[in-house]
Design a binder for this molecule. Structure first.
Ligand SMILES: O=C(O)CCC(=O)C(=O)O
Ligand SMILES: [Fe+2]
Length: 294
């Protein structure tokens, strides 16, 4: 007998509390995975239309251009819901509520929606170890930000050590903010985490766990969970859909996802999430900064 999504959500919440991460196997079924994969390909094609990193409101595509990378790659989409009715509905799929409710309650806002691709050959597809709290600079806009936030990463493709699956350090989420990857340029997609970078902050590289996922499996982690991923060294892409949610009463930012347990669609205008210049520089605009040359 298959376990209900509610039971999986409860078990995941308990695992998350102790280890700082959890995995929900078969979060969605095979039919949904097929639709998700097809729409992810369509969003990738949409991104490829842009010669450089593109932004319009919260929607963005991070592009590695052919001038520097031999061919054009899309490595990230942000808030693809604005061009994808599928993802707009998917971000508030009832299975997300089942998994999030034990941790965040049933009124939830979303502050990030991303797809990360690791196209074979693109090179710059690793994420050095970090804690996501570093990506929440405006903490005055939240209350109890750590206990009120969680990120869910859904495997669209198989996620393996070879193609750069997410990796976490278990039980380290209770040690506070460690400053991983904050030195120098602070850009987490340049360079690799050395074992000594982890040891310096008291983490044991031998404890790293690779989160190997099949399409449709979901990983959860928190703002203080040390995590990262290696560049793709295989011939297969690794598309991964990330969604960050916050207990609604504890945030002034984000798009509604669920209000009193009911999914809420996006409104007419985007709300302030993580893009700080949403109101001053909403775009559409291109950002041609060659950050990879730093
Ligand atoms: O896509 C990945 O492997 C990791 C991404 C990540 O940690 C982040 O965007 O904060
Ligand atoms: Fe992260």
């Amino acid at each position: 007998m298959s376990t209900s999504i509610a039971a999986k959500g409860k078990a995941a919440a308990e695992h998350f509390e102790e280890f700082g991460y959890a995995i929900v196997r078969n979060f969605i079924d095979a039919d949904e995975v097929a639709r998700l994969q097809a729409e992810t390909r369509r969003v990738y094609e949409e991104g490829l239309k842009h010669h450089a990193t593109y932004r319009h409101g919260n929607l963005a595509f991070e592009i590695l251009p052919e001038t520097d990378f031999g061919q054009r790659y899309v490595i990230q989409a942000y808030w693809m819901s604005w061009v994808s009715p599928y993802f707009e509905a998917f971000r508030r799929h009832e299975n997300y509520l089942a998994v999030l409710e034990p941790i965040l309650g049933n009124s939830i806002k979303q502050v990030a929606q991303q797809i990360h691709w690791k196209p074979p050959g693109a090179g710059l597809t690793g994420y050095r170890f970090h804690q996501d709290l570093r990506f929440r600079p405006n903490q005055d806009d939240y209350r109890d930000i750590v206990s009120s936030s969680i990120t869910a990463g859904l495997a669209i493709d198989p996620s393996t050590p070879e193609n750069g699956c997410l990796r976490v350090v278990p039980r380290a989420h209770k040690r506070g903010y460690l400053g991983l990857s904050d030195e120098g340029h602070g850009q987490i997609m340049l360079g690799l985490t050395e074992d000594d970078d982890l040891r310096r902050v008291g983490l044991d590289p031998a404890e790293i766990v690779d989160l190997e996922l099949e399409p449709g499996d979901l990983a959860l982690w928190g703002l203080l969970t040390p995590h990262g991923s290696l560049p793709n060294s295989s011939g297969n892409d690794r598309a991964f859909a990330l969604s960050s949610y916050v207990r609604a009463e504890n945030t002034d930012r984000g798009e509604w996802a669920f209000r009193d347990g009911v999914g809420v669609p996006l409104g007419a205008e985007p709300r302030l999430c993580k893009y700080e210049k949403l109101y001053e520089e909403p775009g559409p605009l291109y950002d041609e900064t060659p950050w990879w040359r730093d």
